[in-house]
Design a protein around this ligand. Structure first.
Ligand SMILES: Nc1ncnc2c1ncn2[C@@H]1O[C@H](COP(=O)(O)OP(=O)(O)OP(=O)(O)O)[C@@H](O)[C@H]1O
Length: 327
């Protein structure tokens, strides 16, 4: 039996569908990333998965129990099987770090001595053992999220749901939080379902990916395949049709050896400047808006004439360093 089984889920707001016929399963130990542009239905799906919202139809089976139809009184114990990590941490400012982490255990009626032991273990796990008595206002964003993660793990959930858990953090802190979530998934074997709009998060954390668009699943699979497909989709002209129209031109996708693109330029440098030039590396453009490639060449003689030639034939050319001639 899958840990989570979602079948034909639909959810509308005022007649406007936000989720349409969503079906997928999550196996124990998986890490599923749900991506999609703004308004695709990610948050609505996550709210349904944790029982905070009810779909109009469909089933959400967590360990075999249907969150979509259970009466509220029976959903509460089932919700304890789910740990939630929020974008903005949602810590209680008047409670210390230790008391924030202890909250789900208090609600579950766990005796004080067991709570103290469990909280100490959790703070150790998230690297905050020395911060137990601090208040949230005394912590950095990354530390607050670590508290959020410890709290989510407190009641030993079967499933961790993360709602844009790193969107409010800087890149370095994001990396450390993703490393923590990764170890929780890979070393503790805890199943994670997360929503994000950041491709790097998917690349780092997901074992599988679902892509939502206008409330539907439009793609699912392994991160590498989905990310390649997603970047291709984003690059396609917005006015592209899938069938030929009167007078239309075809859009052709090529997979090209980068040496082939550079060959004419390298040949010209060698002929016009009478110097050796070879390709070291092509760096994919970070900024798609300008559609440029960064290319590293190894050039034998960087005379004024060679640099002038390169500057005239490229957007820009500058010497960034030197390597031995034989490398
Ligand atoms: N409580 C609500 N009342 C009315 N419409 C809603 C409600 N919640 C979501 N919607 C609508 O459902 C659709 C999906 O919204 P949702 O917030 O799930 O998308 P999302 O993918 O999480 O977007 P974002 O990345 O911007 O948070 C949107 O059209 C949104 O306006």
């Amino acid at each position: 039996m899958s840990l989570l089984q979602v079948e034909h889920l639909t959810r509308s707001f005022g007649g406007q569908p936000a989720l349409k016929d969503i079906s997928f399963t999550v196996e124990k130990g998986d890490s599923l990333g749900i991506i999609g542009r703004s308004g695709a239905g990610k948050s609505t799906l996550l709210r349904c998965l944790c029982g905070l919202d009810r779909p109009q139809s469909g089933r959400i089976l967590l360990e075999g129990q249907d969150l979509a139809v259970l009466p509220e009184s029976q959903i509460i114990p089932l919700r304890r099987r789910i740990g939630l990590v929020f974008q903005h941490f949602n810590l209680l400012t008047s409670r210390t770090v230790a008391d924030n982490v202890a909250l789900p255990l208090e609600i579950a009626g766990i005796p004080r001595d067991q709570r103290v032991k469990r909280v100490a273990e959790l703070l150790d796990l998230v690297g905050l053992a020395d911060h137990a008595n601090k208040y949230p206002a005394m912590l950095s964003g990354g530390q607050k999220q670590r508290v959020g993660i410890a709290r989510a793990l407190a009641a030993q959930p079967a499933l961790l749901l993360c709602d844009e858990a790193t969107s409010a953090l800087d890149p370095e802190t994001t990396e450390s939080i993703l490393a923590l979530l990764n170890s929780i998934n890979r070393e503790l074997g805890l199943t994670i379902v997360f929503i994000t709009h950041e491709m790097d998060v998917v690349r780092t954390l997901a074992k599988h990916v679902l892509v939502l668009d206008h409330g539907r699943i439009i793609a699912r699979g392994l991160p590498a395949d989905i990310l390649e497909e997603t970047s291709l989709q984003a690059a396609l002209p917005s006015n592209m049709e899938h069938s030929p129209q009167e007078g239309s031109h075809a859009v052709v996708r090529l997979t090209v050896d980068q040496h082939l693109i550079m060959a004419p330029l390298l040949q010209n440098v060698q002929e016009m400047c009478q110097t050796q030039a070879s390709l070291l590396r092509v760096i994919p453009a970070e900024d798609a808006e300008y559609q440029v490639l960064d290319v590293l060449l190894q050039v034998g003689d960087v005379s004024v004439a060679t640099m002038n030639f390169l500057q005239q034939n490229c957007h820009a050319a500058e010497v960034v360093g030197y390597v031995p001639a034989h490398s």
